[in-house]
Design a protein around this ligand. Sequence first.
Ligand code: GLO
Ligand code: MG
Length: 343
Amino acid sequence: MSGFKFSVGPWNVHEGADAFGPDIRPAIAFADKLATFRKIGFDAVQFHDDDAVPEINGLREPEIIARARDVRKMLDDNGLAAEFVAPRLWMDKRTADGGYTSNCPEDRAYAMWRSFRSIDIANELGCDKIVLWLAREGTLCAESKDTVVSIRRLVDAVNKMLAYDPKIKILIEPKPNEPIDRSFCGTMGHVMAVSAMTDDPSRVGGLLESAHAILAGLDPANEMAFALAMGKLWGVHLNDQNGMKYDQDKTFGAENLRQAFNQIRVLKDHGYGSGGEYIGLDVKAMRTQPVEISYRHLENSLNVVRLLEEKVDRFDRDIQKKLIEARDYEALEMVVLQLLLKG
Ligand code: GLO
Ligand code: MG
């Protein structure tokens, strides 16, 4: 049993294409994904705007809302909720140079259109969270954008979303690079600073993905703690990452169990979830995995979270306290290693 509620995005079950090779598994229908998500223990689904409403660019606003309503019915039928909607701004030709921070005003207007439609969809799906993974908000060529102007444009875009809907909350998901070279919002510190610059900081928080923190050379648990200290950790994307290379989205804990333990520890110790927050996964199956067993990475990640919750419960806080008092951190470290090594 877990003390958390879990969410997953439909893109977490995918056809296996990477930058060097095409799809390798057949696509699984959205309806089938929903049924399996529920079966293996998920409570909610994360959406891109066009996961909910495919071909969104060609549709008018009432049609987008009607299609989102159908998706809500599918969720209800499967006993699932929607966690958030994220405008997928990195796929379109118009956002090749970024959306909110593009040098081109038409691109920026398109980015706002998708953002407002994401809010409309969120309202239909019954959720109040918009996630901004700022994929291409940064530079490929360092001299191609004025960073000061770009940060102000980003704040301006968030303000427009806040004004569009007085109930909506914006969760920024920081990532230091990929697909962009230098991103404008690389860490949770950036996110909190952007939040403070907006018209309503109480509605702008963060979503921390483990792999993104590792790509920034930072500890994911500390990044979560930073937002928790401000009451603004409203989402997580648990996964794992082997060093500073391409974004791997590995099964949670598969590379660094102690780092994973500390993420669950900080979340449990500070009541994450008590405001309705989900433990979200953002994991990818290995390309070698056949379709029949292409949910394994999700099941494994859920199991790792549950096992680590038990470890956190078994972490001896009296010994921890004594060793902190004695300042014997070598001994404390061994207590943690033994906890993780023993069954
Ligand atoms: C990629 C991101 C991506 C987002 C998702 C939701 O690196 O982690 O998967 O989490 O698009 O905004
Ligand atoms: Mg993510």
